[in-house]
Design a protein around this ligand. Structure first.
Ligand SMILES: [Zn+2]
Length: 221
């Protein structure tokens, strides 16, 4: 195991190791209920270690609420069984120009501090033979956001899946988000935010990329 000094350097640099979220081979051997029970136990111990009195009415339910929130809400996207079904349709309209889905909510958490990453994503693609239901894009973004993340990996995971399912490389994904581990601790910079951009196919050409960037500059309707 790394010593704590190295862990602190790693945590502050926020690098990602691979496009795949690092998961154990036995990650889903236990049921959600078993996980909630175990996390409830361990989080209760953390609270006790901090000196909190778990017999207090206001605190007694916290370990359970915390465990359920982790497994069922904040990190439901760890489990491939929860992946949204990405139904695609034949592009009957022969729509061949850019489709942009913008201002998609990002509610994630950084994997180095388990603190929120909040912001929005913009996704665009140029259809070939397949189109996707619009809300499926939002669901896919939420699925990958709801796991301990680094923003660089999140944007790549969304891009790769969309390229696969749409059977085209002509996809672009941008994420702009605020990291609470930057704003609430460490450097405590309240104003900065982070943008990541990944793309393939025709978006490698600045003409297409600029059209996308011009459209997403309009942040409301
Ligand atoms: Zn962090």
């Amino acid at each position: 195991m790394k010593d704590n000094e190295q862990i602190e350097i790693t945590g502050n640099n926020h690098f990602s190791t691979s496009i795949k979220t690092p998961l154990r081979a036995d990650a889903f051997d236990k049921s959600d209920d078993e996980k909630i029970k175990n996390i409830q136990h361990h989080f209760g111990k953390i609270m006790e270690e901090l000196g909190l009195d778990l017999t207090d009415d206001s605190l007694s339910g916290t370990p359970y609420r915390f465990a359920k929130m982790y497994v069922k809400e904040l990190f439901y996207g760890l489990n491939p069984a929860n992946k949204p079904k990405l139904s695609v349709f034949i592009n009957k309209y022969s729509y061949k120009k850019m489709l942009v889905e913008q201002n998609i909510t990002i509610d994630s958490a950084c994997e180095h501090h388990f603190l929120p990453i909040v912001g929005f994503a913009n996704v665009a693609y140029i259809p070939k033979d397949k189109v996707i239901g619009l809300s499926k894009i939002n669901r896919l973004v939420d699925y990958y956001a709801r796991r301990p993340q680094v923003q660089e990996r999140l944007v790549l995971q969304i891009l790769n899946d969309l390229q696969d399912v749409l059977e085209t490389k002509d996809v672009i994904v941008s994420i702009t988000a605020k990291h609470l581990c930057v704003s609430s601790r460490g450097i405590k910079d309240q104003s900065s935010f982070t943008t990541t951009l990944e793309y393939g196919g025709c978006f490698s050409e600045s003409e297409y990329r600029n059209e996308f960037l011009k459209i997403i500059a309009q942040q409301s309707i």
